[in-house]
Design a protein around this ligand. Structure first.
Ligand SMILES: [Zn+2]
Length: 278
């Protein structure tokens, strides 16, 4: 198992103000794993390729609006780490990657954004993966807010499996042809969330080449989402995701969450599940 973590100090310094305080505590909690050589730290890099992927993903008006809000740099640097991790995974240089971010992505649509999500990092990664010849991607979104932006981009693509868990009592939907699954997991806690995971994961013998996980720890009871999970839920959630992934590469993208005390526990706890050999 080769593992990578993408982190830039600017995520903590210049990240979106609600999201940034949890970033450094989450990364600091990985220092033992980094020192032991179990996971390797990479710095995201802004380059021409990232600029081109951005322009291929969002409209000029959208980009100008993010620039006017002063969030362009941190949102693009966040997406850069995700794209660079996706490339490493596609080339099988690593088997698992966890990407810290200074802004999130799953509410960003082609021409609009909300909820601290400016550029859709996962969609930019999918574009990069397709350039590298990977077509079938599974996206599991466990952030307790619905990944509406990602769905707008990819919902009609039958080669994208999109499983969306969300912490309100929205409508349960299941479209096997387009492989879109909407799973409401209101504030019933660990048991109901984990049972819903089992239920949806058992629906199919999923056919994909790489798994992306939108990892928002705003699902924790001490964070601002509505899932009311405890610390115990996260390694169990990770084990279920790992079982779905099998031997395929896995890309975790940090999403919502503001509580440093949650980040410093749940981020290492999910990563350690993937580092275990079995
Ligand atoms: Zn969220």
């Amino acid at each position: 198992m080769k593992a990578a973590v993408y982190y830039h100090p600017d995520f903590a310094e210049k990240g979106y103000f609600i999201l940034r305080d949890r970033v450094k505590p989450g990364f600091d909690a990985l220092q033992d794993l980094i020192k032991q050589g179990k996971i390797r730290h990479h710095l995201p890099i802004l380059n021409q390729e990232i600029e081109e992927l951005l322009m291929d993903t969002h409209s000029p008006e959208h980009i100008a609006s993010v620039q006017a809000e002063g969030e362009h740099y941190i949102a693009l640097l966040s997406a850069a780490g995700v794209v660079q991790a996706a490339e490493q995974l596609a080339l099988r240089q690593v088997d698992f990657a966890f990407c810290f971010v200074g802004a999130a992505g799953h509410h960003a649509s082609p021409d609009s954004y909300w909820g601290f999500c400016f550029y859709n990092d996962a969609v930019m990664a999918v574009k990069k993966l397709r350039q590298l010849g990977l077509e079938k991607i599974m996206i599991i979104d466990v952030d307790p807010h619905f990944g509406d932006g990602t769905r707008k981009f990819l919902g009609l693509d039958p080669n994208i499996i999109h499983i969306n868990f969300f912490g309100n009592s929205g409508v349960r939907k299941s479209d096997a042809r387009l492989q879109n699954y909407d799973i409401p997991v209101p504030a019933y806690g660990d048991k109901s969330f984990l049972e819903e995971m089992d239920r949806v994961f058992a629906l199919s013998n999923w056919d994909f080449e790489l798994l992306i996980v939108i990892f928002g720890h705003d699902s924790h009871a001490k964070d601002y989402g509505n899932c009311k999970l405890s610390f115990d839920a996260y390694p169990l959630m990770a084990q279920k995701i790992k079982a779905v992934a099998g031997s395929r590469p896995v890309l975790f993208i940090l999403s919502g969450g503001e509580n440093p005390d949650v980040a410093r526990v749940v981020i290492p706890s999910v990563i350690k599940v993937f580092l275990e050999e079995n």
